[in-house]
Design a protein around this ligand. Sequence first.
Ligand code: PLP
Length: 366
Amino acid sequence: MNSTTPNLQRQFGSDNYSGICPEAWKALEEANKGHTPGYGDDPWTDRATNLIRDIFETNCEVFFVFNGTAANSLALASLCQSYHSILCHEIAHVETDECGAPEFFSNGTKVLLLRGENGKIDPAEIEKMVHRRIDIHYPKPRAVSVTQGTEVGTVYSISELKGIWSKCKSLGLRMHMDGARFANAVASLGVKPREITWEVGVDVLCFGGTKNGTHVGDAVVFFNRELAREFDYRCKQAGQLASKMRFLAAPWVGMLENGAWLRHASHANAMAQLLHDSIKDCPDVKILFPRQANSVFAELPPHVINGLRERGWKFYTFIGRGGCRFMCSWDTMPADVNAFVSDMKALLAVKSAGTAEVDPKFYGRK
Ligand SMILES: *Cc1c(COP(=O)(O)O)cnc(C)c1O
């Protein structure tokens, strides 16, 4: 294969490796007819906003931005002053994968890191962090950011979220939710969206569309509407007010109006379950986290990792605390999982040559 030949093989690298799902694509095509006003003053943005209000069963404020980094950073900036701090898990995307954007867009709000099992914040850590320093020389804690589902493919239960909320309430902290994989969490828990957001104290949710099947565009959903004041100006200043906004909004209409968002998320979760169940009992494979959303994390011998990559499979080995991350998408097929598992098993059957290292040439951009 030469470099101009497209490689059409579906991969386990990320849920943003996949394309646009048919429902989003169809809505984009419809939105492409005729003229309509720009900057969100159009019927598609209206419909998408109202569909989001319907699924959350509340009158929230909704804004569409280009990606999750912008959504998180601008949402967090709206919760804090520059002399405040944001508490999040030590492997949270806002800390490890946003190039300092939350600090940048909030003009210096410090991000403080909390520990907890399985990628989830331990509520006791919130209290410890807040009480660690209460003098004027240290940034004042103002918000907690939780990721639902987490960076390691786990999901907070309703009662775990309530545990965090009760600390937030008693300590005067606002609550932000990074929901890049919110759909996968809702599908996994089988709950109503309200039960894991505003009913458990979430002030603002960054609702991911891209990994769920749209082309681009995440929604910032303010349940605490007061905090949304002038958020439109914040978006515009940050270069996040889309001129042809209807193309950020239309895919949401396609995804939400007939439940495609949950169907796709359930499907991706089921593919991860299939992968998990197919490899969990293999000798030399160690599953690292409970499989709750659309990913499987596993430790594999280095020669197996290298061998899979030599056979053309793509996946990351640096998320969370290492190990391999295998991510499923809305379009992952059982045959893709089976082909991948069969290559893995063939490689596992060949004992390691000894001290193979994971080949550094495979490290690169996410
Ligand atoms: C993908 C992702 C985001 C958003 O990333 P962008 O590349 O900026 O869209 C945010 N949080 C988590 C947990 C993610 O996995």
